[in-house]
Design a protein around this ligand. Structure first.
Ligand code: UDP
Ligand code: MG
Length: 315
């Protein structure tokens, strides 16, 4: 039987942890009893440098029940890093890991669906929010715009999939090959490949506590996602430069015509043409530098050039 670790990053979640652990315990006990997962399976809480009683609660839970385990980060490192810390710990002990948020906004029944897919041989199962009716209009709008902008910039991400997913041990080992410091898991995981699929669930409202993603963090998360995965903004500079140079030709013709017709003060045509032409030239130059920076950026990430799923050599 396979060992499952449910990995839960927690930042100042004292208000939800008791309820969350209760619900997960029920779920895990049922799964263990029905022999869907091994009895060594655990719920692993990662304390992301919380300033409240989060760690005390986690410690207490681990003492009461060996179903619960905890990892404490030395300080707040952000959701993505906390999640990675948990997944990398799970990799050592488990056959698969499911990541979820501490507030159980992701319906925990999704665990059953994911396990079924794992049984069918899938290595990565993405949890996708089927409906966001219970999210506020603002959250829904910003989140959906985010996925659309990412897609438009050529980043390979799964629409409406947050960080609720199952990964097999093999997938976690592949994830470990990505050494980048600017961690944006929703972008990295699709890069892994392997046999993957999607399951749908309903997203609930947060049952207690406040969102740990205020607008400022949300924007910086989105910006991180884009700048860690897309060099399109850099290429856009070059395109813009070419466009401006083209406009400068039109302006040149226009200025000369106006000058010849004699409706101008002396020097006007010269200055107008210069401004547009030099502007375009500068933009193109920056764009070319941008192309090189884009290359440097890709190189410095040291992403794995390939990941092997299976090798067959018969002698
Ligand atoms: N979280 C974290 N570190 C942070 C911010 C958030 O570990 O710096 C965790 C948080 O405890 C929760 C998850 O990330 O388990 C998602 O946060 P939240 O539910 O507040 O985000 P939302 O659902 O509002 O997008
Ligand atoms: Mg939440």
């Amino acid at each position: 039987m396979k060992i499952l670790y449910v990995v839960i990053p927690c930042y100042n979640e004292e208000e939800v942890l008791n309820e969350t652990s209760k619900q997960l315990k029920e779920k895990m006990t049922t799964l263990i009893k029905s022999k869907k997962i091994a009895k060594e399976s655990k719920v692993l809480f990662v304390n992301d440098g919380s300033k409240d009683k989060t760690w005390d609660i986690i410690e207490k839970l681990t003492k009461e029940d060996k179903l619960f385990a905890g990892v404490k980060l030395s300080r707040n490192k952000g959701h993505q890093n906390a999640l990675l810390a948990g997944l990398m710990t799970a990799k050592e002990h488990a056959d698969m890991a499911i990541s979820m948020d501490a507030d159980l906004q992701d319906d925990i029944n999704v665990i059953d669906l994911m396990l079924d897919k794992y049984e069918d041989g899938y290595e990565i199962v993405y949890g996708v929010r089927g409906s966001r009716k219970k999210d506020s209009f603002f959250k829904r709008f910003t989140a959906q715009s985010f996925y659309k902008i990412m897609k438009a910039l050529g980043v390979d991400i799964i629409y409406n999939h947050a960080d609720c997913r199952l990964m097999s041990k093999r997938a976690l080992e592949c994830l470990n090959e990505f050494k980048e410091v600017n961690l944006f898991l929703r972008g990295i995981v699709p890069q892994i490949g392997l046999k993957n699929t999607i399951v749908y669930y309903d997203r609930n409202p947060r049952f207690a506590g406040k969102s740990k993603y205020p607008l400022k963090k949300m924007l910086s998360f989105a910006f991180d996602g884009i700048t860690s995965f897309s060099i399109k903004p850099l290429s856009l500079i070059l395109t813009l430069g070419v466009l401006i140079l083209f406009i400068s030709i039109i302006i040149m013709i226009y200025s000369l015509v106006v000058k010849i017709l004699g409706n101008t003060v002396p020097g006007w045509a010269f200055i107008t043409i210069s401004i547009w032409f030099i502007g375009g030239l500068q933009m193109i130059s920056i764009g070319i530098i941008g192309e090189y920076i884009g290359k440097i950026y890709s190189e410095t990430k040291h992403r794995p050039r390939y990941l092997i799923e299976e090798t067959i050599i018969n002698n």
